[in-house]
Ligand binder design. Structure first.
Ligand code: NAD
Length: 322
C-alpha cells in the first residue's frame, strides 16, 4: 500500500524479531508505515526479519527493553518478552525485568512522546482459571511463587503499570490479553504444544503429551491475531482494554496431536508424560468484548493454519540440521 508522507506513521515494535512481532511488522509495512523493530534476539531471530533487509521503511535495532530507549515514534507496540515456559523459565529474574522494566521504559517513552501504546498481555494473567471461558472481568487464579510466576506476575504488573500511566498521566493505552497463538515463525524449540508436535512428527519421533491429553487449549492463527491487535490499536482513546484476543474453538491436546500426525503422514505414536507443575487444565477466551468493540473474531480454521505451519517447519528442517 502506498501511503503519503503525512499519513504515514513511524511505529516502534518491541520484540519485532519474534514470532508474533515479525508478522505485525510485516503487516504495518504492508499498510505503508515506517517500522522500527527493537529486539535483543533472546528468542527472536534475524531469520524472521531477513526478508525485510534493505526495505526502505524498515529499521532494526538490537536493544534490551529493560534499558531506557530514546527514539522518536508515533506509536508503540510492546511485545518484547519470552513467551514460552522453556524460555521464560531459563532466566526468571530477567523475565520479570523484561515485563516490568520493559513496560516502565516503554510507558516513559510514550509519556514523553504523548503516543499511544499497545501492550501484549496474556491469558496467563488468568492463571489456572476457575471461571470458564474467561471474560476480561475475571481477576484470575495465579500462583505468585511458582515456576510460571515470573511470566504471569510480570505480565500482571505490566498491566497495572499501563493502567496507572493511563489514570495518572492520561496516556492512551491498548492492552490485549493474547491466548495461545500459532503459525509460521514460531520458535522450533520453544516447547509449545503446536511446534513440539509438528517438529516431533516431521522428525518421525513419538509425540509427547503431558497428562492424559484431555486438557483443552484454543489456538489462534497468527494472521487473525495480528488483525485483532491492529484493530485494537486503531480504536479511539476510550478503548483501553484489556481485551481478550484468541480463538474460542477448543480442542483437546490429544485431538491436536492426532491432527498433526494425520497432516504430516508421519505415523508417530503418542506417548504420555506427567503434567508439569501449575499447568492450566483448561483455558478458553471469551471474545464477546473483542467482537463487540473491534468487530473481530478469528477466521482461520485450525486445519488451514496448521497446514501453513507444517509447511514452514518442513522448509526449516534442512536449515536446522545443517
Ligand atoms: N505466542 C503466544 O501464544 C502468546 C500468547 C500470549 C501472549 N503472548 C505475548 O506476545 C508477545 C510476543 O510473543 P511471541 O510468541 O512472539 O514470542 P517470541 O519469543 O517469539 O517473541 C518475543 C520477542 O521479544 C524479544 N525479547 C525478549 N526479551 C527482550 C528484551 N529484554 N528486550 C528486547 N527484546 C526482547 C525476543 O528476542 C523475541 O524476539 C510476548 O509479549 C508474549 O508474552 C504470546
Amino acid at each position: 500500500m502506498v501511503r503519503l508522507y503525512d499519513s504515514r506513521k513511524r511505529i516502534l515494535v518491541t520484540g519485532g524479531a519474534g514470532f508474533i512481532g515479525s508478522h505485525l511488522v510485516d503487516r504495518l509495512l504492508e499498510q505503508g508505515h515506517e517500522v522500527l523493530c527493537v529486539d535483543n534476539l533472546f528468542t527472536g531471530t534475524k531469520r524472521n526479519i531477513d526478508h525485510l533487509h534493505g526495505h526502505p521503511r524498515f529499521e532494526f535495532m538490537r536493544h534490551d527493553v529493560t534499558l531506557p530507549l530514546y527514539v522518536e515514534v508515533d506509536e508503540i507496540y510492546n511485545l518484547a518478552c519470552p513467551a514460552s515456559p522453556v524460555h521464560y523459565q531459563h532466566d526468571p529474574v530477567q523475565t520479570t525485568k523484561t515485563s516490568v522494566h520493559g513496560a516502565i521504559n516503554m510507558l516513559g517513552l510514550a509519556k514523553r512522546l504523548k503516543c499511544k501504546t499497545f501492550q501484549a498481555s496474556t491469558s496467563e494473567v488468568y492463571g489456572d482459571p476457575v471461571v470458564h471461558p474467561q471474560p476480561e472481568s475475571y481477576w484470575g487464579n495465579v500462583n505468585p511463587i511458582g515456576p510460571r510466576s515470573c511470566y504471569d506476575e510480570g505480565k500482571r504488573c505490566a498491566e497495572t503499570l499501563f493502567f496507572d500511566y493511563h489514570r495518572q498521566h492520561g496516556l492512551e493505552i491498548k492492552v490485549a490479553r493474547i491466548f495461545n497463538t500459532y503459525g509460521p515463525r514460531m520458535h522450533h524449540a520453544d516447547g509449545r504444544v503446536v511446534s513440539n508436535f509438528i517438529m516431533q512428527a516431521l522428525m518421525g519421533e513419538p509425540i509427547t503429551l503431558y497428562g492424559d491429553g484431555s486438557q483443552t487449549r484454543s489456538f489462534c492463527y497468527v494472521d487473525d491475531l495480528v488483525d485483532g491487535v491492529i484493530r485494537l490499536m486503531e480504536t479511539g482513546p476510550e478503548v483501553c482494554g484489556p481485551i481478550n484476543l484468541g480463538n474460542p474453538s477448543e480442542f483437546t491436546i490429544r485431538e491436536l496431536a492426532e491432527k498433526v500426525v494425520g497432516m504430516t503422514a508421519a505415523g508417530s505414536e503418542l506417548v504420555f508424560r506427567a503434567l508439569p507443575e501449575d499447568d492450566p487444565k483448561q483455558r478458553q477466551p471469551d471474545i464477546s468484548l473483542a467482537r463487540a468493540t473491534l468487530g473481530w473474531a478469528p477466521e482461520t480454521a485450525l486445519e488451514a493454519g496448521l497446514e501453513r505451519t507444517v509447511d514452514y517447519f518442513r522448509a526449516l528442517l534442512p536449515e536446522l540440521s545443517s
